[in-house]
Structure formats: C-alpha cells, structure tokens
Design a binder for this molecule. Sequence first.
Ligand code: UD1
Length: 420
Amino acid sequence: MDKIIVRGGTPLSGTIPISGAKNATLPALAATLLTDQSVHLSNIPHLLDVTTMLELLGQHGSAITVDERLGVEIDNCQINNFLAPYDLVSTMRASILVMGPLLARYGHADVSLPGGCAIGSRPVNLHIEGLRAMGADITLSGGFIHARAKRLHGARIHMDPVTVTGTENLLMAATLAKGRTFLENAAKEPEVVDLANFLTKMGARIQGAGTSTIIIDGVDTLHGTRHRIMPDRIETATFMIAAAVTGGDVILTGTSGEFLALPIRKLQEAGLILEDDPSRESMRVRCSGRLQGVNLETAPYPGFPTDVQAQMLVLNCIAEGASSITENIFENRFMHVSELQRLGADIQILGNVAHVRGLSKLHGAPVMATDLRASASLVLAGLAAEGETVISRIYHIDRGYERIEEKLLALGANIQRVSG
Ligand code: UD1
C-alpha cells in the first residue's frame, strides 16, 4: 500500500492549478442518467471517487469516452442495469446519487445501503423519505434499497438536517417528475447550484437553487448538453492552508475565493494575506509572521465547511494561543486528532469540540490516514512539522485530491510517494 513521506519546514512557493470540484463532478455524472442524449462534462478531476462513479455508470450501461483534456462524453442510450452494488457503494457513499436519476427515468433502482463510515453513521433516510413522498415504492432488504415508481410526482419535501447529496438526489429526481416539487431546507452549497445549472442546460425547470427552497417543475424529457465543472473550493482551501502553515507564498489558478468567504475570513484572522483576482481566476496567498489560532464551528454553507475542519485544526496546532473548533455536521469527525497528537499537537476533545493550545513546532512521526480530509490534514501537518512524517493508508487522499504530492512537489515541498 502506498505511503507519503514528507520532510517539513520548506515554505511553499510557486503557482499551482486547482482542479474541478469532486463534489460537483459526482452528482453531474449521476445526472447524465437523466437523458439518453450525449452529454459532455469538462474540468473533471482525476480522482479515485470519479473513477468509481464512472465504473458504476459503466455497469449501468453508459458508454463513456474520456478525452485528454479532462473531459468525458457520456452516452446513456443503452442503460440496462439498475443495480448499484455493495462493493462500489461501500467504497464511495456518493454512489447513492444514481438512485434519484435511475428511478426518475427508468422507474427502477436497486442501490446498496452505504453502511457506516469513518466519520459517523451518515444515514440516507432523507433520500428515501423524499423519493417516497414523490410516489416511489421503496423497500429495504438484503442490505439494499429497492425503489420502484411508474412516474414520480411532485411533492413538498422538508429535509432536516440539511443534506447535500440528499438535496441533489431529490433535485435530479424531481426534474422528470410530473408536476411541481418544493425542496425545503435544501442545501445551499455551491455544488448544488452547479448541478442545478447543469440540469437547467439539459432542459430542467429549476428555481431557487442556492437558497433554502428549490422549486422544480418536472418535464417529460431532458436533452444532451455541455457543462464545465466548477473549481474545487475544498482543494482551494487546503492549498491556502498549506501556504499558511509553511509560511509560503503561493498562487492558485483556475479558482477564486467566491465560495470561500468564511474560510478566507478565518484565514485572514489567522494571519494569511490574500490577493484574489477573480477576473483572472487566480489567487495569491502568503504568510510570513506567526499564525494566530482561530475559533470556528462547522455549519452547512455558507457556514464553515466541515471538509476544511481537519486542515484548519492543523493550522491552530502551530498557531499562537488557545483556540477551539466545533464540529456540528458529523458525529465522529475528529479521527485525525489522535494522529496529530503523535506529531506532538496539544489537542483535547470534549464532546464535539477540539480545544487546541498552539505550539511553535510539530515533530514528524509515522501516522495513518483515516478518511479523505483527515488525510489532507496529515499531509499539511507533515509539511509544517520538523523532520520526517510517514503517512500510510493514503488511498483515502486519492479519493479527493488530484496528484496532491505532485502539486506540492511543484511548490517546493519535500514530499514523495512510495509503494509498499
Ligand atoms: C456531502 C459531501 C461531503 C461533505 C458533506 C457535508 C458530497 C459527495 N459529499 O456529503 O464532502 O462533508 O456533504 O458538507 O457532496 N443526514 C441524515 N439523513 C440523511 C442524509 C444526511 O441524517 O438522509 C445527516 C448526516 O448524517 C450528517 C448531515 O445530515 O450529519 C449532513 O450530511 P450530508 O449533507 O448528507 O452529507 P453528504 O451529502 O453525505
């Protein structure tokens, strides 16, 4: 199994491109199932999760052509299998996103229940209840969700808590339902808006994406189109924090601070200097003096993203002063803490709050990645630490970061991937 070895202490410097957003790509790929015409998606990141979703589409019968310029052409005119098997769903929960489109277009979906994962129980009850409200007949047996419907109909659906993939699944299903659907307490994440824009280009009638109520008027068919996936705001934030924790000076291209208002405010509070040039899709981030610890709590968008919590915790570990980070979205998302403690970090967990006392240094050690964003935080900690950090189980990081060690190497980091 591959490992990443990092020798910390080098300030990052240079220019790095930010990839397309994983969390916008996965629903967009699933949404192609809503039409039998050819769809072209560009700015697709080269990630394990994207490969898993393409494999799943392939099993449903999609014809997929990947070009050299981060584009995929998908033709779904011969879908003949409606099963999302356990081996794929258990490696990537977002596989559940095929359920809404398959049911809406073919009236038939058998999707494995995702089961537990490293960051909590993560149920999918709201996906199921929403589809039931739209007229689906859903039974659970043998570890599968069996969903059937002649044609879905519009409904008023209230989701609590706010769920990102739940909103996306129901949004996709509603585009082909008969009548009007109201999605209340909908997720406002930019990736939901990206999906709605894509669906609109396919002929869907959607209002209110990006607000807490999305109204969808179902249509009979959707058609092919082209769509460019938005930049990855989580990767953007991760590289901003990498610049901060190494005292670096980095230019990020193909992205902007547009969807990162709160993380940027927190990073500025911590001492990061930022020059955003949205007209050129580039951002310069730099940091020289000692960072200051910042308090924050995660919340649905536009709140602080839970997917940046672990990375920000690393910053607090080497910043001046005491600080706290509260995790409000997932019940068990502090798995990285015990690994950071191995590097010497002073963190105490009380309930869903991580209390940190900033230290001037972390010290390299062997650590183990537990989930996607936790893995990123360990790489950041390794970049900031004195000496060598060896991170094992890094397949997690390949799920969501494109060539992370190559990008960091290009910024001058002392980092390498070794197999075995
Ligand atoms: C998505 C993102 C993930 C991010 C998360 C929160 C994708 C592919 N993944 O995950 O990177 O960390 O949003 O921003 O976009 N819940 C229920 N019932 C449900 C569904 C969710 O109780 O049916 C709860 C969850 O347990 C969790 C909360 O709602 O506590 C939010 O989860 P959700 O927004 O659904 O996360 P995902 O969509 O899985």
